[in-house]
Ligand binder design. Sequence first.
Ligand SMILES: [Zn+2]
Length: 342
Amino acid sequence: MAEQRPCPARGALANGRARGLQRRGDTQGPSCGARAAGVTLWTMPELPDVELYREALARRVLGAKLEELRIGQPFLLRTVDPKPAELVGRTVRELRRVGKRIAFGFEGELWLVIHLMIAGRLHWADAGAKPPGRKPLVALRFSTGLLTLTEAGSKRRASLHVLRGDAALAAHDPGGIEPLETDLASFARALRQANHTLKRSLTDPRLLSGIGNAYSDEILHRARLSPITMTQKLTDAEIERLFAATRAVLVEWLERFRAQTGDAFPEGVTAFRPEMAVHGKYRKPCPVCGSPVQRIVYAENETNYCATCQTNGRLLADRALSRLLKSDWPRTLEEMEALRSR
Ligand SMILES: [Zn+2]
């Protein structure tokens, strides 16, 4: 299991303002220099990661019966009715990805929904195989094998919900459109319905499903668009380019993961991958133009971009932005937007 540490580089970059550093805890952004020292920093699984889990689980538990369910940490369960025990003895009929969640559909219209959040990871042991030694937050013993959920670090954020009926499941869906299933018109409508920075809109689960900090960086780099462009200023051609980039990046990663994982269960899922173009690549050369990858830092994570490819060479932490930000660095994209609109 990877160790989590504060990032010294991050604190230095924020002009000595370590205000947010203590709070960051185990939610370090992916570009932290500590990674170079061999420390894995967890980031939230996004659409390709969760979809990979869903596919691997479908191959193992569809049609299998849940024989035992053991919850190791009571806080994990966020619902009181139906009782988890009601799932025992039922067969899995369906597996869905709901945003960044995985939903197990049991016979009798019962759903078990797992949200891994940042540090939650799933593990599988075939029936008869030795289960993993670490103490799981939940263990689900199916007729085909044992599924366990663990969470790295000390923050308990992963969650489990047991729901009755499709309507209850739908209430857990933040409502964003599925980027790989939607068309250009719906994509454009979703982005233009409010005027936010592109980075914020792409990662808003109420607008788009399953895209977080890592893949939004990759998508914006592919589309050659600035993360702080306001969505209502996008031209039709830019939206079209963004739509194509979104689909291309997500499909490429899904296919890469499928090829890397094969029939195995995806262990060690993390949103940071060395093959990424800009995400987690601060100061590394952009694979398109060779310029050093830049970053915008806020409390819980950071945005990576290439100034040459995406912002006409303009550094987003340049003097104009610095003047706006002189009171403090923004902690969130919302704060950054508020600062910029002053
Ligand atoms: Zn570039």
